[in-house]
Design a protein around this ligand. Structure first.
Ligand code: ACO
Length: 326
């Protein structure tokens, strides 16, 4: 049976680090509050003039090198991002040029923090149906330049970064076993950026009247996130005939350790099976899961045959899960 397998991962975090202590100087917050409520200790911040495609291209080069695949072999690039360099063209096209993947088609996919799970689901369908053999999935986001530092509820949560995975079809037991996606557009206003899109264009005439910051209902999102994470995990487990005890490593979207541990408790997952790296990266939106997978590989926490559960939730609202045999 043909399955879609991740044959290489890579990540890139911009070098500049902003610690919680640094944030204390920018907004009314404390290291203790941030760590208690989110588990975050620091985040990486891209310099002005750097775009999401710059981070994504570096992560992609590392993923290709780790997979032993040349850019020429890539047939499609899907970049999950909600912070593309430009409104158009896509970050995926810019990445295609930067890595020299001349034969690849390229497009962006915006499912916010669920972007990587959405993109892997699309790539899996295209590979198993025989449309493409080798697909590069990139998650890349730069959120820190969208934050208003005085809005402390959102200022402390996000960081910049990119992760990438090379996916190929392979006969056998390893690879994606099942995927599950969901969305709730009626709740879009629990987390959104009002200005800068087609509805409220930023221009000289209206700049004084626009709210340029992110709007977030933190508590409501928290509850929805826990419910959606559990729903997504349970659905994909049911589809594969597995139980939570069959999971070797749980790699959740890194939004908040309180969300992650609440979900784990409800699902009955012991802490040693949960991968957490939010302390050093914060929430890098579509990049959290591929960065976490790459960390897990580098730390020797993933071995051939391990059953890995990816679960994500984000703006949209969107959520999803992937069950795979590594
Ligand atoms: N530093 C210090 N105090 C703060 C900060 C801050 N950064 N932010 C809020 N507070 C204060 C509030 O003003 C409030 O003070 P008050 O009691 O005097 O009114 C107090 O802390 C509690 O505020 P709440 O909003 O009720 O705090 P809560 O316990 O809900 O934690 C948080 C807030 C961390 C945002 C939480 O709601 C959360 O994690 N929500 C999910 C948000 C999220 O992850 N968004 C990312 C995208 S979605 C995703 O990726 C899943």
């Amino acid at each position: 049976m043909l399955r879609t397998r991740i044959v290489g991962t890579g990540q890139y975090l911009p070098p500049r680090i902003l610690t919680n202590a640094d944030l204390e100087k920018l907004t009314d917050t404390t290291d203790e509050w941030i760590q208690q409520r989110t588990g975050i200790k620091q985040r990486h911040v891209a310099d002005p003039g750097v775009g999401s495609s710059d981070l994504g291209a570096e992560a992609a080069k590392r993923a290709l090198a780790n997979a032993g695949i040349s850019p020429d072999q890539v047939e499609l690039i899907i970049c999950s991002t909600m912070t593309s360099d430009y409104l158009f063209p896509s970050a995926a096209c810019l990445i295609q040029d930067k890595i020299g993947a001349k034969r690849a088609a390229a497009y962006d996919l915006n499912a916010a923090c669920s972007g990587f799970v959405y993109a892997v689901t699309m790539a899996d369908a295209l590979i198993r149906s025989g449309v493409h053999k080798t697909i590069l999935v990139v998650g890349a986001d730069i959120m820190t330049n969208r934050l208003s530092w005085e809005k402390r509820d959102t200022a402390v949560l996000f960081g910049d970064g990119a992760g990438a995975a090379v996916l190929q079809g392979e006969e056998g037991e390893r690879g994606v076993l099942s995927t599950y996606l969901g969305a709730d557009g009626a709740s879009y206003d629990l987390l959104y950026l009002p200005a800068g899109g087609s509805k409220h264009v930023i221009c000289c005439e209206n700049i004084d009247n626009l709210d340029l910051g992110i709007v977030m209902s933190g508590r409501e999102l928290f509850k929805k996130a826990v419910a959606a994470f559990c729903d997504a995990a349970e659905n994909v487990l049911r589809a594969t005939g597995m139980t939570i005890d069959d999971v070797d490593l749980f790699v959740p979207h890194q939004a908040n350790t309180r969300i992650i541990f609440s979900v784990a408790e409800r699902l009955g997952l012991p802490r040693e099976k949960i991968f957490v790296n939010i302390d050093r990266t914060a929430n890098t939106v579509a990049a959290t899961i591929p960065i976490a997978l790459d960390d897990a590989v580098q730390q020797g926490r993933l071995k051939a045959g391990d059953r890995v559960l990816l679960v994500a939730f984000g703006a949209g609202l969107t959520w999803g899960s992937v069950m795979m045999r590594w």
